[in-house]
Design a protein around this ligand. Structure first.
Ligand code: TYM
Length: 338
């Protein structure tokens, strides 16, 4: 993949902090693939595995290492093409930590205190409310701003982090003159917030303790169908998208993502049928949608050497791009040149 200064840049990433869910796929990775395939001529694509973010919550080292490589294989199995996109690992590019520190000094305590992800995660990890969890958004801003990304495809839960990134970038630009491109979040109409199958007002999350609440990208067909069968709905019987029908709305958005059907088409398809038929259809559409990804993933993981070699090369490529921004920043803030 050749990086061109003339093109716009799209960047995103996932934390390798657990098994990926269909929320990660439908809310993020699926859109990365569509963008890559549609805008290859006009954009640079960078897709990173955010392992430095993952350690804000305790990880088992061997698992983190394994999942980091697996996540790269997942990106590719979903359709990220290493000829078109630069795939790399965050910790392989020291500039993330370096710019992250600088941006810490341009990010306000009050702003960080308002981040909902910080509030949620610190409530869940009361034993380990570490400084990294708090300053996480400044590192995320560094991930994005280092590559002068124009567009960041993410799910709804990350929108607030893109907003703070914009604020940090604007603040820096105001003090030192134009330095960073101000990024925009990119979200599609459906799939930006896939909810838990058990508590459909809550986001589906890879850290959910209830295995029936989330569908993992590598669940087997039987498990997927069973989880959808058990999905919490309501006492109505009619499949329609409406306020207050959170469970059904969630299933409709999942079905829509996998089949490409609109909500009206789905309502027509299930007219006169019950929730049981609908849940089965959603489960099957989901399992069928994931099957080719699962097969491709198994093929890719059979050659770990190839993945590791690619990551080594890409670490240099990403470091080179990142170093341009970092040296500009260092110069502007007054660090003495080497
Ligand atoms: P993470 O690892 O929590 O999630 C990765 C991507 O998946 C999306 N997502 C969802 N979308 C819809 N419904 C859901 N239930 C759902 N769950 C997760 C997330 O919105 C995200 O797009 N902070 C980021 C990782 C990150 C990053 C970055 C992303 C670090 N640096 C720079 C973009 C750019 C995170 O924790 O994502």
């Amino acid at each position: 993949m050749e990086f061109s200064k003339e093109k716009k840049t799209i960047l995103s990433g996932v934390q390798p902090s657990g098994n990926l869910t269909i929320g990660n796929y439908l809310g993020a990775i699926r859109n990365w693939v569509a963008l890559q395939n549609d805008s290859f001529e006009t954009h640079n694509f960078l897709y990173c595995v955010m392992d430095m973010h993952a350690i804000t919550v305790r990880q088992v080292p061997a698992e983190l290492r394994r999942r980091t490589l697996e996540t790269v294989a997942i990106y590719m199995a979903c359709g990220i093409d290493p000829e078109k996109s630069l795939l790399f690992v965050q910790s392989h590019v020291p500039a993330h930590a370096q710019l992250g520190w600088v941006l810490d000094c341009y990010t306000m305590f009050g702003e960080l205190s308002r981040m909902t992800q910080f509030k949620d995660k610190s409530a869940k990890n009361a034993q380990n409310i570490n400084a990294g969890l708090f300053t996480y958004p400044a590192l995320m801003a560094a991930d994005i701003l280092l590559y002068q990304a124009d567009l960041v495809p993410v799910g709804l839960d990350q929108k607030q982090h893109i907003e703070i990134t914009r604020d940090i970038a604007e603040r820096f630009n105001q003090i030192y003159g134009n330095t960073f491109v101000i990024p925009e979040p990119y979200m599609t109409k459906t799939g930006t917030k896939i909810c838990s199958l058990q508590e459909p007002t809550k986001k589906m999350s890879k850290s959910d303790e209830n295995p029936n609440a989330c569908v993992l990208m590598f669940d087997k067909k039987d498990d997927i169908v069973r989880k959808f069968k058990r999905a919490v709905t309501d006492s109505d019987t009619c499949v329609r998208y409406a306020e207050g029908k959170d469970g059904i709305n969630n299933l409709m958005s999942i079905y829509s993502c996998f089949t490409g059907k609109t909500y009206e088409e789905i309502e027509r398809e299930f007219e006169g049928k019950g929730y049981g038929d609908f849940k089965l259809a959603v489960g099957e559409a989901c399992a069928d949608g994931l099957a080719p990804i699962q097969a491709e993933y198994a093929r890719l993981m059979a050659d770990k050497g190839y993945l590791e070699g690619m990551l080594r090369e890409n670490a240099d490529k990403a470091s080179y791009i990142a170093s341009k921004t970092l040296s500009k920043v260092y110069r502007k803030i007054g660090f003495l040149a080497k």
